[in-house]
Design a protein around this ligand. Structure first.
Ligand code: DON
Length: 315
């Protein structure tokens, strides 16, 4: 087969897999789990929504269900701020944040006091606040850096902040404020707490579609190479981001996610999950009803189905 014929065959096979997931998992969306309501602006979405998109290494994207409807990416943004900081300063970041699974809820305070204000990893809230702080120091505009990167990689200028979600989160942000103040008390924030929180909330509020998020994450499937062919991360750094996603991307359910899905993944309380098949695909699911640990019930089921049907996992 020529390369275009091979791509057409792969696309046909992938379309059939996505169609099957829509039929077999889509109807269960919203039957189990609950939409996040601790950020009130997130609670208005229909829990029965389901979307799934897949991007190949060339950026060719297909999807099923509501894959073209924007949603709040929330914690999925943590992957991008991490990648941007690593791209600028490499391993220096690891002096301020660890890379071990926390085994605790994403907004937990308990380990910080025992561990000198150094968060376990960059994908829990405390760790993401440190990464945002660093990105703010390095670029002067952390939220803008994340949004601009997502726009560039997806090729979609409609990717933007949702001011209502950002405000709602700030109004109900006591837990994140507590994390930030505790870390500041240990000297692990460089910028004023209020500035770090503001950039973090706005970065989490970014709204985009499954299709755009799969495109934006595809540099991780291409081992660090961006959509325009330039390199963001070295091959080794891309491996490390994927590894941290695998071990820490689903918080205290990271083990269960690895067991069921077998891919690096990052969830958000908006119901999105970005998952990576290194060297093959970037995947994004969206379904807003969450399990008690903050991961999309139908999203995890869809990714479990995807790797079972295709045999594509890192294991
Ligand atoms: O800081 C928060 O609580 C939210 N902006 C993001 C949390 C989140 O998405 C955790 N994901 N499962």
């Amino acid at each position: 087969m020529t390369a275009p014929q091979q791509q057409a065959a792969d696309t046909g096979e992938l379309s059939a897999v996505l169609a099957r997931i829509l039929t077999e998992v889509g109807p269960s969306a919203g039957l189990a789990g609950r939409v996040a309501d601790y950020i009130p602006a997130l609670s208005a979405v229909d829990p029965a929504t389901f979307g799934f998109a897949a991007t190949d290494l060339t950026g060719h994207t297909i999807g099923v269900g509501k894959w073209r409807t924007p949603f709040s990416i929330q914690s999925v943004s943590k992957v991008f701020s991490l990648a941007l900081v690593l791209a600028i300063e490499g391993d220096q970041l690891w002096r301020r944040v660890g890379r071990e699974p926390s085994g605790n809820p994403f907004n937990s305070l308990v380990q910080l006091e025992h561990e000198s204000g150094i968060p376990r990893n960059p994908l829990i809230n405390a760790g993401a606040l440190v990464v945002t702080d660093r990105l703010l120091t390095l670029t002067g505009d952390a939220r803008g850096a994340v949004r601009d990167f997502l726009r560039a990689e997806s090729g979609d200028d409609r990717v933007d902040f949702d001011a209502a979600v950002a405000r709602s989160e700030a109004e109900h942000g006591d837990r994140n404020a507590a994390l930030a103040h505790l870390m500041a008390s240990y000297g692990n924030l460089e910028n004023p707490v209020a500035d770090v929180l503001e950039h973090y909330f706005w970065q989490c509020s970014i709204a985009m579609t499954c299709g755009d998020l799969a495109l934006a994450g595809s540099f991780l499937a291409r081992h660090g190479v961006r959509a325009d062919g330039s390199r963001l991360l070295s091959r080794s750094e891309a491996k490390r981001v994927n590894s941290v996603m695998l071990t820490c991307g689903a918080y205290d359910a990271a083990g269960e996610f690895a067991y069921r899905v077998g891919l690096p993944g990052k969830s958000g309380v908006g119901g999105g999950i970005l998952a990576v098949v290194p060297g093959r695909y970037s995947l994004c699911t969206w379904s807003p009803a969450l399990d008690e640990r903050g991961n999309s019930v139908a999203g995890v089921a869809a990714l479990d189905h995807f790797t079972t049907l295709t045999g594509l996992s890192v294991f």
